[in-house]
Design a protein around this ligand. Structure first.
Ligand code: JFZ
Length: 445
């Protein structure tokens, strides 16, 4: 029948296309040979599991998110008035880094500049920066970098490739609005002098950094971003620095981590993530503690600490890190609603951290019931959503020689057969967000 023949042909075409895409991605990655220190940094990145994302800039003054320049269609001249109001006298690097630490976070990723192009660091490339334009006159990223080094927290810099302010960001992209910039500009100068110049500053003035988290390429998907040049520059300046692009596409040569925005790897509820999940690169997902990235005075949709824990657990079970965002106040303080939640997550991690840090996604596929993580001879069964006393799971390789509850160390009954595992779950306690059962699995080599 015609319709069937037709659809099978379509199916074949899709399969061929898919295969070409996958080969393309694999080939593209194989053309880049990460250095040994880069490979070590990737493993360490995966071990860290939990990071703090910080969106902070002159936009924070208006308390209306980091897109306010665009949302209100302000002109460049109008937006230029904003830095004069940014004076974060209450900013204290020690307080921020200590908060990340007590939340159990192992790294911080902070906006060094967002789409407004405003450098939150001391930049010689342009005076559109915090030292030159604000009454504060200091470089908070330097203070943060020094404090991170002191406290053993890795620091990554978010860097927007999209720029709503620089005239050389031309031709402009999909988020363009008439804001007073001229209708000409030098794209090569934007990339090579401005962007690569600032990246050089970020990679040379702040000691060892974790890497660069890129965002905004999606504004001009067809432009020649000369990525290989920028990526090579970063890897030359700091070979271990990881390049983490939020471009929502299959990884390209030179990239070290695949990151997903507000979605678990492979999911696309946000509508802009790719379903392709790298089997080779470390994975990360970013999310917000309320519904905003930059400080938003009208957003009180805070996730509970339990919800944050569950997202972290689901990320880990999907072999991914979680990068959880907060948007500090323009005065440098962090909203107590964020602080109390992060402290509570830290409390949970101080008890259950073994089942998260240093793990990889476990041998049992994630499901609505929960996920598994693994480390050495342990498989951690995280029961997130299961009301019945018995939990049946698919088989694992190797003999389960012991099983206990991570909460109280009590022995748990597990029966193992060719069909899989049946775990007799301890009853959930009222304050428990995740019942973690630790299985010891004898390797069969
Ligand atoms: C981007 C930024 O625009 C946002 O402000 C924030 O920094 C976040 C972490 O990253 O968010 C995006 C990126 C891409 C799209 C939408 C939001 N997109 O392609 O539609």
């Amino acid at each position: 029948m015609l319709p069937t023949r037709h659809s099978s042909r379509v199916r074949l075409a899709i399969m061929v296309l898919g295969a070409v895409c996958l080969c393309g991605a694999a080939k593209a990655q194989s053309a880049y040979q990460p250095s040994p220190e880069n490979l070590t940094a990737r493993r360490e990145f995966q071990d860290m599991k939990f990071g703090m994302f910080i969106h902070w800039g002159v936009y924070s003054v208006l308390g209306d998110g980091e897109w306010v320049f665009h949302e209100r269609h302000l002109s460049v001249d109008q937006y230029n008035r904003l830095p004069a109001f940014f004076d974060p006298q209450k900013f204290d690097a020690h307080t921020w880094v200590s908060l990340a630490k007590s939340a159990g976070m192992k790294y911080i990723t902070i906006t060094s500049r967002h789409h407004d192009g405003f450098a939150m660091f001391d930049s010689q490339v342009s005076d559109w920066n915090i030292v030159a334009r604000t009454p504060y006159k200091k470089d908070p990223l330097k203070m943060l970098a020094d404090e991170c080094h002191r406290q053993g927290i890795k620091l990554f810099f978010y860097y927007s490739q999209l720029d709503w302010h620089n005239p050389d960001y031309y031709p402009r992209g999909s988020t363009n609005w008439p804001n007073g910039r001229p209708d000409h500009g030098d794209w090569n100068a934007y990339l090579n002098t401005y962007m690569n110049g600032q990246l050089t500053e970020l990679l040379t003035h702040y000691g060892t950094i974790g890497g660069i988290w890129f965002d905004g390429m999606w504004d001009k998907p067809d432009a020649d971003w000369q990525l290989e040049k920028t990526y090579a520059l970063i890897h030359k300046l700091q070979p271990a620095a990881l390049i983490i692009p939020n471009h929502h596409q299959t990884p390209k040569p030179g990239e070290d981590v695949q990151t997903f925005e507000r979605d678990l790897p492979g999911q696309n509820t946000a509508g802009f993530n790719t379903k392709y999940v790298s089997a080779e690169l470390p994975l990360e997902m970013s999310d917000t503690l309320n519904n905003s990235w930059g400080f938003n005075i009208g957003d009180s949709h805070y996730k509970s600490a339990a919800e944050v824990v569950r997202r972290l657990v689901r990320a880990a079970g999907n072999n991914s890190n979680l990068l959880m965002n907060i948007g500090p106040y323009p005065n440098g303080e962090i909203d107590p609603e964020f602080v109390s939640r992060l402290d509570a997550v830290g409390k949970w991690l101080s008890r259950y951290g073994d089942s998260i840090y240093g793990t990889r996604g476990g041998p049992i596929p994630p499901g609505d019931w929960g996920v598994t993580t693994q480390k050495a001879d342990k498989v951690y069964v995280h029961v997130l959503h299961w009301g019945a006393p018995l939990l049946a799971l698919s088989p694992v390789t190797g003999k389960v020689t012991a099983a206990e509850s991570l909460n109280d160390g009590k022995k748990v009954d597990v029966t193992q057969s060719v069909n899989g595992l049946v775990i007799k779950l301890p009853p959930a306690t009222s304050d428990e967000t995740d019942r973690v059962i630790v299985l010891t699995v004898e390797k069969t080599s």
